[in-house]
Design a protein around this ligand. Structure first.
Ligand code: NAG
Ligand code: NAG
Ligand code: NAG
Ligand code: NAG
Ligand code: NAG
Ligand code: NAG
Ligand code: NAG
Ligand code: NAG
Ligand code: NAG
Ligand code: NAG
Ligand code: NAG
Length: 466
C-alpha cells in the first residue's frame, strides 16, 4: 500500500538507526525430514528447528537478521505484522524485494520503533509456509514502559496451523492446475501432531507438544495461526484465556473460554494455573465453520502439564462453539476485542490524537475480493477485478533505475463492473496522508486479509448483509 513518494523518502532515510541498541540474528532455512502426522515428509526448518527459533527483541532495537537460503528455490522472509516504517525494502514480500536465490544470503535491517507485541516470521514465496520456515517474533517492552498487567511468571509461544502431508511444491502444483487443496491432514501445535486423546482419530506413535507449568502461576501464552487457510478455535480445558494483547496492541482484558484465531492472527493470553491438577489438561485447536464430525482428524491437541499433575489427560475434548454454519457468534466475538487506548504500546498516530473522526482521510479504497475465477487458464483470486501479477522488476528497483512501465499506479478505488483480469496495478496513495481501506469479502468462505509492513489500525467492521 506504499505510495511512490513514500518509497522515495525511504531511500533517503531508510538506514537512519540512531543510538538504539542492535540485535543480530542468523536464520538458515533448510529441508529436514519430519513426521508430524506420522508420515515422513520434507519440512522447512530454521536453524535445524521446526518451528524456527524465537526472535525476541526490545522496543526500538535495531534488528539485523542474516537469512541464508539452503533450499532449492528462491525465498523471501517476511516479518508479519511488524511495522517497517521507513524500510519497506526489508519487508520480504515480492513486488518490493528481489528474492534470495538458493545458496545466497541476505541481511535484513529494520528498527522495532515504538512497537511491542507478538508477531511471527515466515517465508512469503511459493507457498513455502505450508512446509514450515516460520517462527515467533516477540517485541518486549522497554523496562521503563509499564505494561497493563502484572509481570507474568513465564512467556510461552504456541504456533497452531492446518497441515498437509503433501509438501508446498505439490500443493502449489495442485493450485496451478486449478484444483482446490482439499481438507488438511491435520492441525499442528508447535510443529507436532495431536496427543492421542482418541485411538480412532489419532494413530499411535505421534509426537505431541507438552506445555509444562507450575500450579498457581500466571503465564503469558502467545498463540499464532500460521496455517494455510483454516480458521481455528483455540481453547485450554478448564482454563480461562484472559486476552491481553493482539499484534502489537494491548486489548481491554476479557476472559474467553475459547477464541477463534484466523490465519495470520496472533494473540497473547494471560492464563492462570488455577485448577487442581487431578490430571493434565487438553490444549485444542479445532477447525471452524466446518462439519466437526467430518473434520475430527483435523484437530490439534497438545497437553498442559502441571508440575503436580496426578495423571494423563483423558476423556472427550472440551467442546467447540456449537454454531455450525453460523458465523455471527465468531463475528461478535471478534467485535468484543477492543484496544486498550490508555495502555502503553504502539500508537497508530504517535504525534496525534485518538480522535479518529477528525483525521482528514486523503484516500478511500473499497477492496472487494471475489471467489477465484479462471483467468488465462489459471484459477485466480482478485480484488476489484485485478489479480495482481508481480512486476518482473521489483517496484523499488524500478524506481531507483527509472524502469518505465514495470508497474501501473492505477489500482481502482472501488469494484468495477467488468470481468477480472491480471495486472500490475498499484495503489497511488498520498505521502503523509491517511488512507481508509474498506475490505469487502464477496468470496464464499471466511477470509483474513494480511496488511503488510505498515501501520494499519481497525476502525470498525460488520457483517455484510446482501
Ligand atoms: C515434495 O514432494 C514430492 C512428492 O513426494 C517430492 O518429489 C519432492 O521432492 C518434494 N519436494 C521437496 C522440496 O521436498
Ligand atoms: C552473507 O553472510 C555473511 C556472513 O555469514 C555476511 O558477511 C554477508 O554480509 C552476508 N551477505 C548479505 C548480502 O547479507
Ligand atoms: C487498560 O490499561 C490501563 C493502563 O495500564 C489499565 O490500568 C487498565 O486496567 C486496562 N484496562 C483493561 C480493561 O484492560
Ligand atoms: C523475551 O525476552 C524477555 C526479556 O527480555 C523475557 O522476559 C521473555 O520471557 C522472552 N520471551 C520469549 C517468548 O522468549
Ligand atoms: C473415540 O471417538 C469415537 C467416535 O466419536 C467414540 O465412539 C469413542 O467413544 C471415543 N473414544 C474415547 C476413548 O473417547
Ligand atoms: C478471568 O478469569 C480468572 C479465573 O480464571 C479470574 O481470576 C479473573 O478475575 C477473570 N478476569 C476478568 C477480567 O474477568
Ligand atoms: C478437581 O477439579 C475437577 C474439575 O473441577 C473436579 O471434578 C474434581 O473433583 C477435583 N478433584 C479434586 C481432588 O479436588
Ligand atoms: C456432518 O456430517 C455427518 C457425516 O457425513 C452428517 O451425518 C451430518 O448431517 C453433518 N452435519 C451437518 C450439520 O451438516
Ligand atoms: C483537517 O483539515 C482541516 C481543513 O484543511 C484542518 O483545519 C484540520 O486541522 C485538519 N485536521 C487534522 C487532524 O489534520
Ligand atoms: C498519483 O497521485 C498524485 C497525487 O494525487 C498525482 O499527482 C499523480 O499524477 C498520480 N500518479 C498517477 C500515475 O496517476
Ligand atoms: C458478490 O458477487 C456476486 C457474483 O459472484 C454478485 O452477484 C454480487 O452482487 C456481489 N455482491 C456484492 C455485494 O457486490
Amino acid at each position: 500500500m506504499e505510495s511512490l513518494h513514500w518509497i522515495c523518502i525511504a531511500l533517503f532515510f531508510g538506514l537512519c538507526f540512531g543510538a538504539d541498541p542492535f540485535a543480530n540474528f542468523e536464520l538458515e532455512l533448510s529441508y529436514i525430514t519430519a513426521s508430524p502426522l506420522g508420515v515422513p515428509q520434507q519440512v522447512i526448518a530454521v536453524n535445524g528447528k521446526f518451528p524456527g527459533p524465537v526472535i525476541n527483541v526490545t522496543t526500538n532495537y535495531n534488528v539485523i537478521i542474516n537469512v541464508k537460503n539452503n533450499l532449492d528455490e528462491n525465498i523471501l522472509m517476511t516479518w508479519s505484522g511488524i511495522q517497517m516504517r521507513r524500510s519497506s525494502f526489508q519487508d520480504g514480500v515480492l513486488g518490493t524485494n528481489c528474492p534470495i536465490p538458493p545458496k545466497w544470503n541476505w541481511t535484513y535491517q529494520f528498527q522495532a520503533k515504538d512497537q511491542i507485541g507478538s508477531f511471527f516470521y515466515f517465508p512469503s514465496l511459493n507457498m513455502q509456509r505450508a512446509s514450515g520456515g516460520f517462527g515467533p517474533f516477540v517485541i518486549t517492552n522497554r523496562n521503563i514502559i509499564p505494561i497493563p498487567f502484572s509481570m507474568p511468571d513465564g512467556d510461552i509461544v504456541i504456533m497452531i496451523g492446518d497441515w498437509y502431508t503433501r509438501n508446498h511444491t505439490v500443493l502449489r502444483k495442485a493450485l496451478d492446475g486449478g484444483k482446490a487443496l482439499g481438507m488438511p491432514d491435520g492441525v499442528l501445535i508447535n510443529g507436532k501432531g495431536p496427543y492421542r486423546y482418541n485411538n480412532t482419530f489419532v494413530p499411535d506413535g505421534i509426537d505431541y507438544e507438552t506445555i509444562n507449568v507450575d500450579p498457581g502461576k500466571t503465564y503469558r501464552i502467545r498463540v499464532h495461526n500460521v496455517g494455510v487457510s483454516t480458521c481455528l478455535n483455540f481453547r485450554i480445558q478448564n482454563h480461562n484465556l484472559l486476552l491481553a494483547e493482539t499484534e502489537g496492541y494491548y486489548t481491554s482484558q476479557q476472559n474467553y473460554t475459547s477464541l477463534d484465531i484466523h490465519v495470520g492472527q496472533s494473540y497473547s493470553f494471560l492464563v492462570t494455573m488455577d485448577q487442581n491438577a487431578s490430571s493434565d489438561y487438553y490444549i485444542v485447536a479445532s477447525a471452524r465453520f466446518v462439519n466437526q464430525s467430518l473434520w475430527q482428524r483435523v484437530t490439534g491437541v497438545a497437553v498442559l502439564h502441571y508440575s503436580n499433575s496426578k495423571g494423563k489427560a483423558a476423556g472427550p475434548l472440551p467442546d467447540p462453539p456449537n454454531d455450525f454454519y453460523d458465523t455471527s457468534y465468531s463475528l461478535n466475538q471478534a467485535l468484543s476485542i477492543r484496544q486498550n487506548v490508555s495502555a502503553s504500546g504502539a500508537r497508530p498516530n504517535p504525534q496525534g490524537s485518538f480522535h479518529y473522526g477528525s483525521i482528514n482521510v486523503t484516500d478511500v479504497y473499497v477492496l472487494q475480493s471475489r471467489p477465484p475465477t479462471t483467468i488465462d487458464g489459471k484459477l485466480r483470486a482478485s480484488f476489484n477485478g485485478i489479480s495482481f501479477v508481480n512486476p518482473d522488476t521489483p517496484i523499488r528497483l524500478a524506481d531507483i533505475y527509472k524502469v518505465k512501465g514495470a508497474y501501473k499506479l492505477d489500482f481502482p478505488t472501488k469494484p468495477l463492473d467488468r470481468p477480472p483480469r491480471m495486472d500490475r496495478s498499484i495503489i497511488n496513495a498520498t505521502y503523509k496522508g491517511f488512507i481508509e481501506i474498506i475490505l469487502q469479502n464477496n468470496d464464499s468462505v471466511v477470509q483474513s486479509f494480511h496488511m503488510d509492513g505498515y501501520s494499519f489500525f481497525v476502525v470498525g467492521y460488520s457483517l455484510h448483509v446482501k
